[in-house]
Design a protein around this ligand. Sequence first.
Ligand code: FAD
Length: 385
Amino acid sequence: MFDSELSKQIRDAMRDLCKCFPNEYWREVDESQGYPEKFVQALTEAGWLSALIPEEYGGSGLGITEASIILEEINRSGGNSGACHAQMYIMGTLLRHGSEEQKKKYLPKIASGELRLQSFGVTEPNTGTDTTKLKTTAVRKGDHYVVNGQKVWISRVQHSDLMLLLARTTPLDQVKKKSDGLSVFLVDLRDVSESEMTVRPIRNMMNHETNELFFDNLKVPAENLIGEEGRGFRYILDGMNAERILIAAECVGDGYWFVDKASSYANERVIFDRPIGQNQGIQFPIARAYINVEAANLMRFQAAALFDAGKPCGKEANIAKLLAADASWEAGNVAIQTHGGFGFAAEFDIERKFRETKLYQVAPISTNLILSYVGEHVLGMPRSY
Ligand SMILES: Cc1cc2nc3c(=O)[nH]c(=O)nc-3n(C[C@H](O)[C@H](O)[C@H](O)COP(=O)(O)OP(=O)(O)OC[C@H]3O[C@@H](n4cnc5c(N)ncnc54)[C@H](O)[C@@H]3O)c2cc1C
């Protein structure tokens, strides 16, 4: 299932590309709090970021399985897909719900790299995970919508041309279901003035460009509404399985990277006249971390295969995301422990990857919300919120 000829070719090509961006590159980008512009450019030029765009719009029309291998390999090489992964996981909203006109207008330019669709505006400071309560409004005025409100943690806005934005178009007290009345817009950031949208960067624990956004009468052309007004929440939910699978693959990549680092160091480092890996106290946690990553990887491929076959995969996608995020976090812990003091030194890259992989316990979906999904939708227990 996951060692097809195509998968092998993608892995080999990605490994060749990633070799040009070694740990030193990512360390330098991290230290300077910069954006891996050269890497994203190389990835785009090689066509990898347009993997999910159908061939008729200039992409390569690959499936989630192949897309997930691309992101896995970035993280497995020591890099961080977080700089560009959203282009893959938010693409589905435009592909599945965008009009033919919108697809013709944007997809070929995204595929060629002329435009970047890297930004996704959902989370708000006062409503967080409780998405349907979000306060940002979009009010129709003639041929455009006027957006007012605030978002938080909106990543890559400064390195994207387009942003998918979720806003309320019908007030909460006027809808039957709280998930009704939300709409998705494709905001062309190149047309947005500073007075319409203020971008305030948030300094955070890793090098991740993320921002607070303040909308003050931001005008969005009505033609940029995706699908039907009021159905946006469903469109976003639709894309969640893809997002879960892709993030799981990144975590699997991180997990293997940590295990490789830990096992190599355990073989090399000689203390008390023997390699530290000879001690079961060092060897067993690494073996366990590897076992966890392998198990998570199987569930990730199972979820991806179901997704690509057009079958329901909510259970598998959620489980894959939780297992993989836990496995990479555990492997990160083990890698630090194995390296002793050197695990904390920036030049070993472990502390950087450790910070980066921690994010996936919380975003784009927190572990608790996955447990809630499984408890409610898979095991039939009462909704807990
Ligand atoms: C670096 C970074 C980048 C991000 N990028 C983006 C982005 O590009 N676009 C975007 O829209 N968002 C983005 N996010 C936001 C991210 O999706 C949210 O942080 C996440 O969904 C959690 O929301 P919150 O932070 O408001 O936590 P809260 O909703 O306040 O929750 C806090 C904690 O309580 C737990 N919790 C809440 N309710 C329940 C419940 N009912 N049962 C059990 N536990 C519960 C949560 O699991 C969490 O651990 C990003 C976040 C970070 C940190």
